[in-house]
Design a protein around this ligand. Structure first.
Ligand SMILES: [Zn+2]
Length: 232
């Protein structure tokens, strides 16, 4: 099932119904909260019902990936069928959206294989198996020029079998997108990047705003870690 956070990353409030609750973990029939995955942290925020407004401290898939679990800061006595109000911590999520889209731009600027990536509200990083050296200042200038120029970001859904025909769509060497859902979510940055991604993104790369590359570090023989920060 396509969840609201996959369809509209800008939705910050919604209602949902409790499916199950156990040990401060709440499962809903649909959710705005992004579950940790693909290098992007799980969302935090608040869920309210019966006059209680409870903090969501993390959102994660269950171990078998069959459910999205909202980790609550305290115990509640909510039961299946109860209506709840969801409220995202938008400040943090929006930074994740800007950062995550920025990492896709790095995938455009650097054609070498991607070995890892991690999105954070303060700092993000992308790792590449570099065949040629890169200049930090030059990369930062290229990145900011792209952002200033702008490009639309859109989502498409393809049959999962596309990966058998076009395995090159996946940029990450070690991490393959999860299979079994039948369809694959593709994120397109118009004219710049197109790859499977379950993450939340801004609508236009201009929204990322100015970025900084504080460091590029060696992590292994060829592997380089590029750290990125939002200026504002
Ligand atoms: Zn992504």
């Amino acid at each position: 099932m396509r969840q609201p956070f996959q369809l509209d990353a800008y939705q910050t409030q919604a209602t949902a119904q409790v499916v199950s609750y156990q040990d401060q973990r709440l499962v809903l029939d649909s959710t705005l909260f992004y579950p940790r995955g693909g290098g992007q942290p799980g969302d935090i925020g608040w869920i309210s019902a019966q006059g209680q407004r409870i903090e969501v401290v993390d959102t994660r898939y269950s171990d078998d990936r069959s459910r999205i679990e909202h980790h609550l800061a305290e115990a509640v006595d909510w039961a299946p069928g109860d209506r709840v109000e969801l409220e995202l911590n938008w400040d943090r999520r929006h930074r994740h959206m800007r950062m995550h889209t920025c990492l896709h731009l790095l995938c455009h600027l650097i054609k070498d294989p991607v070995t890892g990536g991690n999105v954070g509200a303060e700092q993000s990083r992308a790792e590449f198996d570099l065949t040629t050296p890169i200049d930090k200042a030059e990369l930062e200038a290229q990145l900011n020029a792209l952002i200033a120029q702008g490009a639309e970001v859109t989502t498409e859904w393809l049959p999962e079998s596309i990966l058998d025909e076009q395995p090159e769509l996946v940029r990450t060497m070690s991490v393959q997108p999860p299979r079994g859902a039948g369809e694959l979510r593709m994120v397109r940055v118009a004219g710049l990047d197109y790859q499977p991604c379950g993450g939340t993104h801004v609508k236009n790369i201009r929204e990322i705003g100015q970025v900084r590359i504080p460091s590029i570090k060696s992590k292994g023989k060829q592997n380089k870690r590029i750290n990125v920060e939002l200026v504002n």
